[in-house]
Design a protein around this ligand. Structure first.
Ligand SMILES: *[C@@H]1O[C@H](CO)[C@@H](O)[C@H](O)[C@H]1NC(C)=O
Ligand SMILES: *[C@@H]1O[C@H](CO)[C@@H](O)[C@H](O)[C@H]1NC(C)=O
Ligand SMILES: *[C@@H]1O[C@H](CO)[C@@H](O)[C@H](O)[C@H]1NC(C)=O
Ligand SMILES: *[C@@H]1O[C@H](CO)[C@@H](O)[C@H](O)[C@H]1NC(C)=O
Ligand SMILES: [Zn+2]
Length: 884
């Protein structure tokens, strides 16, 4: 009886499931669907014939038609995709035409191969430029960058996989669109339970599918009518396109082929058309405005007078004819003795003056004196406080922002298409420079942790520190901390900035001690310790090799010189040389912490003059006589900038016009920011003039400015600095912001960093600055304290992209800016962003390298020129080349 019941039950279950399964399939393969499919094929054929005729107009309509008022790039894209679908009544096979157009000789039935063919076309376009070989990054994904995912099931196991997928996962069908996303794994398509149907259908409909194993994805898309929704209900019509547009809208990478893109693929990217904004009618400035503009002219003129400019531009000195990768220097630290020159120099009132020889009385290079500087600074401060000028500048800035928004509304599709048509390039393989990162925090915390653990394992008996009268080995240090290697984890390391550091720079710096222990910092993050910074050197090398592996990321590391003693330079240089710290992807900046008051308190210095001596005299010595510090001479070739760092929010007294000289500065207070800036500026000015006259590299002033504190920091930097880091306080001064825009001063911003310190991410002005056309780049500042992933720079871009809805075009423009702002050599810049990168506007752009459409740059350039003409009342004299 029991047995019988069991049999019966099994039979019933088996029967039921057969019925259920077959019903399930019937359900999805209803006659209606098949009919519709056939119909769509027919339509397709008809349409194909009319297609060519329509084609020309479509593109224009698309770009023009989209002006409809959607604001955000994503949504607009989304909509337009949908409109294409509806407009063409093609519900099912959007890709067939792509295939045809990619290769005119193909028969129209051949739809299935579309993606595969796009891929092959791509391969043809792809430049053979060695440096553009796709690195492992892409190999891992198996996708040529910028192109749709090509599924790579092993041929044989296909059917098995499908069946398995079907049986085990049929209750959760997923959107076929998932497989078009670049990052989706195989699983995404494995659990497609309509795969089987697809296979059958494309078997019967589409003969030319020898490549089927490469084109699973297309199959899903093209057989979309039997796509089912989450409840297993069929969603007829249009779903394919809607879903495609979903996947298309958000991504930066998976560029799916679509008819328009394919159309534009045939053109050279240079032939983009776009809608120009002619909304600058004859703006005749009123009296008030004209007055304001005159004053702005004066400010710009002042900056021009102050700023150190190279007499001969690098592109005139070195004409690049060979477009291939510049040869890496096989022996970067080799030193060949160079002749001493007769130059004589001496400190005079805090500024080193250079003479042709000892008996000469004429200063070779004249630099503005301190009193003039502070007078001019006060002039600028008065100007930026004037109500009238403020409102004029504010209006101009808002107008700039609105114009950009309008431009994006009108042209973002054209921009996107232009990007698609640039072969090979996408956001991942355009060059980006981390324009602002502090060397001692350049590794991420996981990296540091791993490194500490490995050292503890491999070199426990290395004597690493001298504390309280005894030498300790690494093992003993950890014992003294009551820690074992096993205990260590990232939380214990506790270097990450968190809530407690918000608005507390002091705490932020405290965080910089791993485990809250200054000994670990001393051992692992210092270069002048008992082991001569060997550990820091090793971890730096690891960071360098990560950078080299990523190939498209570069960094400008800031490394400290404190000005406590003159030998610091030689120590630093020998640390660099002895640890062989060299990478083609890295240049150095020197950062000077503004800590006079601390050293004074400790009795290390007697006056501010001591600090200036310690910093600048060795630089002049090595410049005049390289033999005196050979390692420093070699190291300086890779030093491109000079930075000032410290907490800007500390209160300080604004300098008056007549300040004590550095020699007279013997009190215990720290001089104001602008005081530091002036003396660094003036010494660098004469140093650079001297170095330039000797054919050596120059060092640009690029201080941290405007992160917090008083607005006069930004004014001082405006006069003196080549570029700045942060600059978030520009939001408080429309006049300065407008001046920074007009002068196109580079801003290396790190919104994530300010998130932990001074400003919530949302309120960071980066987006506003970007819209308005300021010269902004994204940078990481302190990966050790802020970032969580292995690629902090990409993390920075990625978060900015999601929070502010930046398009791929925006990201590439920012990446391009970062190369401009960086101090890498002319040869490298030419190689990275194009041979004529130094020309303004679209002429300087090479979309094949930057992935920035000409449209965007033409727009930026046009706006900037208009603005300059307005300010100069029509008399602006704008050179064709960017300033150096
Ligand atoms: C598109 O326009 C070009 C010139 O405007 C013309 O030569 C070409 O025949 C047109 N193509 C089609 C398919 O109409
Ligand atoms: C020093 O330089 C001046 C100016 O260049 C030159 O006239 C003079 O002859 C030089 N004197 C010596 C000793 O070289
Ligand atoms: C942006 O700033 C950098 C300096 O930081 C400068 O070299 C570059 O020319 C600027 N870009 C433009 C378009 O002026
Ligand atoms: C934000 O402010 C902090 C405060 O100093 C600074 O360290 C950090 O670099 C700033 N980041 C940006 C992007 O301004
Ligand atoms: Zn910084």
């Amino acid at each position: 009886m029991d047995e019988y019941a069991v049999h019966l039950a099994i039979a019933a279950i088996a029967g039921a499931s057969v019925v259920a399964i077959s019903a399930y399939f019937m359900h999805r393969k209803t006659l209606a669907q098949i009919l519709e499919f056939a119909r769509s094929m027919e339509k397709e054929r008809d349409r194909v014939k009319e297609k060519d005729a329509k084609e020309n107009s479509t593109l224009l309509e698309e770009s023009a038609g989209n002006a409809g008022g959607m604001y955000h790039y994503k949504r607009r894209n989304h909509l337009s995709r949908r409109r294409i679908a509806i407009g063409r009544t093609s519900a099912s096979l959007p890709d067939v035409t792509v295939a045809r157009k990619m290769n005119g000789t193909e028969g129209e039935e051949r739809g299935i191969g579309s993606d595969a063919e796009v891929v092959s076309t791509e391969m043809v376009f792809k430049d053979d430029d060695d440096d553009d070989d796709d690195d492992d990054y892409y190999k891992g994904m198996g996708v040529p960058p910028g192109l749709p995912k090509v599924q790579t099931f092993p041929k044989v196991s296909n059917s098995i996989k499908r069946i398995v997928g079907h049986v085990t996962k049929e209750s959760s069908p997923k959107s076929p669109a998932t497989c078009t996303s670049t990052f989706d794994s195989l699983e995404g398509s494995d659990d497609e339970d309509n795969v089987e149907n697809n296979a059958e259908i494309h078997g019967s409909y589409l003969e030319a599918d020898e490549n089927a194993e490469d084109t699973e994805c297309n199959t899903f898309i093209q057989t979309m009518p039997d796509h089912i929704d989450a409840n297993g209900n069929p969603i007829p019509l249009g779903s394919a396109n809607i879903i495609r547009s979903h996947s298309k809208s958000g991504d930066l990478h998976g560029v799916q082929p679509d008819p328009i893109a394919a159309d534009i693929l045939r053109k050279e990217p240079e032939h983009e058309t776009f809608i120009r904004l002619k909304i600058t009618p004859n703006e005749i400035p009123s009296m008030d405005e004209a007055e304001a503009y005159m004053v702005l002219q004066e400010c710009l003129q002042l900056r021009e007078d102050y700023l150190f400019m190279e007499e001969v531009a690098p592109w005139e000195k070195e004409v690049i004819t060979d477009p291939s990768t510049p040869k890496a220097n096989p022996n970067p630290f080799s030193y060949t003795s160079e002749k001493k020159t007769d130059h004589y120099f001496q400190m005079e009132d805090g500024v080193v003056q250079v003479y042709a020889n000892k008996s000469s009385k004429d200063k070779l290079f004249n630099v503005v004196d301190a009193t003039t500087f502070f007078t001019d600074l006060h002039r600028i401060l008065r100007i930026i406080a004037s109500g009238n000028i403020r409102s004029v500048c504010h209006r101009r800035l808002v107008l700039l922002e609105q114009k950009f928004n309008l431009h994006v509304m009108l042209n973002s599709d054209a921009e996107f298409l232009a990007q698609k048509s640039a072969p090979h390039r996408d956001f991942y393989n355009v060059r980006k420079v981390d324009t602002h990162v502090h060397h001692s925090a350049c590794m991420n915390q996981k990296h540091l942790l791993r490194f500490i653990k490995s050292k503890l394992r491999k070199e426990p008996d290395e004597v690493v520190i001298f504390r309280d009268g005894t030498y300790l080995t690494l093992k003993e240090v950890f014992e003294s901390l009551d820690l074992t290697g096993y205990d260590l984890n990232v939380d214990l390391l506790d270097v990450h900035a968190d809530k407690s550091t918000f608005h507390r720079f002091d705490k932020f710096n405290l965080k910089y001690n791993p485990c809250g222990q200054s000994r670990l910092r001393e051992i692992f993050l210092k270069q002048d310790n008992l082991i001569q910074g060997r550990f820091l050197g090793e971890v730096t090398k690891q960071v360098f090799s990560d950078l080299t592996a990523s190939k498209y990321q570069m960094a400008e590391y800031r490394i400290s010189i404190y000005g406590r003693k003159q030998s610091e330079w030689d120590q630093l240089a020998s640390w660099i040389v002895n640890n062989d710290l060299y990478s083609e992807n890295v240049v150095w900046l020197i950062q000077l912490p503004r800590l006079y008051n601390i050293y004074k308190g400790m009795g290390i210095v007697t006056s501010f003059q001591n600090i200036l001596d310690n910093i600048f005299l060795p630089l002049f010595e090595v410049t005049v006589d390289p033999d005196s510090h050979p390692q420093l001479h070699v190291f300086l070739k890779k030093v491109v900038g000079f930075d000032l760092v410290d907490d800007e929010s500390k209160p300080e007294r604004r300098p008056t016009k007549h300040m004590p000289t550095p020699e007279q500065w013997t009190n215990v207070f720290n001089p104001a920011f602008s005081y530091y800036v002036y003396y660094c500026y003036a010494n660098l000015y004469t140093l650079n003039k001297l170095r330039e006259s000797k054919g050596l590299s120059t060092i640009k002033l690029r201080p941290h400015t405007g992160e917090a504190g008083d607005i006069d920091h930004l004014a001082a930097s405006f006069l003196t600095s080549h570029a700045i880091a942060h600059g978030i306080n520009l939001r408080k001064s429309p006049v300065l912001q407008y001046l920074y825009y007009l002068a196109q001063i580079g801003l290396a911003m790190s919104p994530l960093s300010n998130n932990s310190l001074f400003l919530d991410y949302q309120r960071n002005p980066f987006q506003t600055f970007f819209l308005r056309g300021l010269n902004v780049s994204l940078s990481t500042d302190d990966p050790l304290q802020i970032h969580l992933t292995k690629e902090p720079l990409v993390e920075e871009y990625s978060i900015a992209a999601s929070v502010w809805k930046l398009s791929s075009c925006d990201l590439c423009e920012i990446a391009r800016n970062s190369v401009y702002q960086s101090g890498f050599s002319h040869a490298l810049k030419s190689h990275w962003i194009g041979k004529s990168y130094y020309k303004r506007g679209p002429d300087g752009n090479d979309i094949h390298k930057t992935n920035v459409p000409h449209i965007r740059l033409e727009f930026r350039d046009m706006l900037w020129r208009d603005e300059m003409q307005l300010v100069y009342l029509g008399n602006a004299d704008i050179p064709d080349e960017i300033p150096t």
